[in-house]
Design a protein around this ligand. Structure first.
Ligand SMILES: Nc1ncnc2c1ncn2[C@@H]1O[C@H](COP(=O)(O)OP(=O)(O)OP(=O)(O)O)[C@@H](O)[C@H]1O
Ligand SMILES: [Mg+2]
Ligand SMILES: [Zn+2]
Length: 404
């Protein structure tokens, strides 16, 4: 049976996990020192490894050779955790009806020793959805836990866990995973699957996930369904509603030239190619954000989810603008994105939004305007002469002029 990539390649050991080093190290130390807590809270962005690590922890604790940081992967306990059908590792989805019932039976259930293994481990997914009644049962258990019980509460909304519970658990917050690590992982997976994917495609997929490994892997599944064994960056971008740096940079080129006509043509092109204007706007916001970051932090920063060459390109483009300009463009684009979500006339909104960018580029920063006022009124001279506004429009075509 076909299994989606995200599930097929769920890490079975700490060694396979990417990112989350802080979680890994702390848990490995705890296991090595046999200092196992009765309650853990794994919180953080979706698709970053919470359920995965909960299962790895279960294997570490219950492996026949354990507790160990390197479960054997072969004993009955290890195999059953992978398959998700062990009696002593109980996974509960707190959001489902079944989960609610299971939580109700919890107080009964924890009293019995594990059937076979060392620990009885309860992995509660979507833990923020636990009912009040179940939270109370959980609290009672955590106040006087039987020695064999371990709870792992997984949630994307940790603030919804009552403090009475949280203060009795060890908390780990899972971070979004670095672009480069996601790319590397996907490269490896593609090799296993016999899929040809160049760095450009992998970069598109990693950007799509925004730090969620699962989202990137789901995008990879989609890409394979669409392209087959050889992934094509342009097709994948079209599929996912992403845009290349080339097409986004057309906006900054039109801005640099203060060319309103070109902006309008750009929108026409998007429409003609059937591109989604909202997606374009979202990508444009991300583009300005990346330019701003490149301006502030320079190229090759982990703050930007893009390949090395793309980062250099971004830094080059950013060099033509001031930090204030880029901030303003980003703000305007975000406003535009908000408008577009409710707009019945997305094309008009996008057009006016892009034209506003050009106009905003002509505005003087407030400090400069004030300084100018000051010097006119005979007040203190500005410390710096006002700079000519960048970007300067290109010189008109010179072909008709006599050669110098
Ligand atoms: N840190 C990671 N290292 C390697 N693969 C990962 C990592 N995080 C997620 N994955 C991949 O994504 C899939 C989903 O991860 P997981 O179920 O652990 O996410 P989660 O944090 O529990 O998300 P959710 O909040 O949506 O439940 C895994 O099967 C695995 O393929
Ligand atoms: Mg999960
Ligand atoms: Zn084992």
């Amino acid at each position: 049976m076909y299994q989606v990539i995200a599930r097929k390649y769920r890490p079975q050991s700490f060694a396979e996990l990417i990112g989350q080093e802080h979680v890994r190290t702390t848990l490995e130390n705890a296991i090595a020192q046999k200092r196992i807590a009765h309650g853990y809270i794994f919180s953080g962005q979706r698709g970053t490894g919470k359920t995965t690590v909960a299962r790895i922890l279960a294997r570490c604790l219950n492996c026949i050779e354990g507790p160990t940081t390197k479960p054997c992967g072969k004993c009955a306990s290890c195999l059953e955790v992978t398959a998700g059908n062990t009696v002593d590792v109980i996974e509960i989805d707190a959001a489902s009806n079944r989960g609610i019932n299971e939580m109700r039976e919890l107080r009964e259930n924890v009293r019995y020793r594990p059937a076979r293994d060392r620990y009885k481990i309860f992995i509660v997914d979507e833990a923020h959805q636990i009912t009040n009644e179940a939270f109370n049962a959980l609290l009672k258990t955590l106040e006087e836990p039987p020695e064999w019980v371990v709870f792992v509460l997984c949630t994307t909304e940790v603030h919804k866990i009552p403090t009475t519970i949280a203060s009795r658990c060890q908390q780990f917050s899972f971070r979004s995973v670095d672009f480069a690590e996601v790319v590397e992982r996907m490269e490896w997976i593609c090799k296993q699957e016999g899929i040809e994917a160049d760095p450009e495609v992998l970069s598109v997929l990693a950007q799509m996930g925004e730090g969620s490994v699962r989202d990137s892997l789901s995008a990879l599944d989609q890409a394979i369904a669409c392209c087959g064994v050889k992934l094509n960056a342009q097709e994948v971008r079209g599929l996912l509603g992403m845009f290349s740096l080339d097409s986004l940079s057309e906006v900054t080129q039109a801005l640099a030239a203060q060319d309103s006509r070109r902006m309008l043509d750009l929108v026409m092109e998007l429409e003609r190619n059937g591109r989604n204007l909202q997606h374009f706007c979202r990508e444009l916001a991300r583009y300005f954000r990346n330019l701003l970051v490149a301006k502030v932090a320079g190229p090759n920063t982990r703050l930007i989810a893009a390949s090395g060459p793309e980062q250099e390109r971004l830094a080059e483009i950013a060099a033509g603008y001031s930090e204030e300009d880029l901030t303003r463009y980003l703000q305007l684009t975000l406003d535009l994105f908000k408008d577009l979500q409710f707009s019945l006339q997305p094309r008009l909104h996008l057009e006016i939004g892009l034209l506003r960018l050009i106009q905003a580029g002509k505005l003087l920063p407030i400090e400069e305007a004030l300084a100018n006022l000051g010097s006119q009124g005979g007040g203190p001279a500005p410390s710096k002469p006002p700079q000519p506004r960048k970007p300067v429009p290109p010189a008109p075509a010179t072909s008709h002029q006599p050669p110098a």
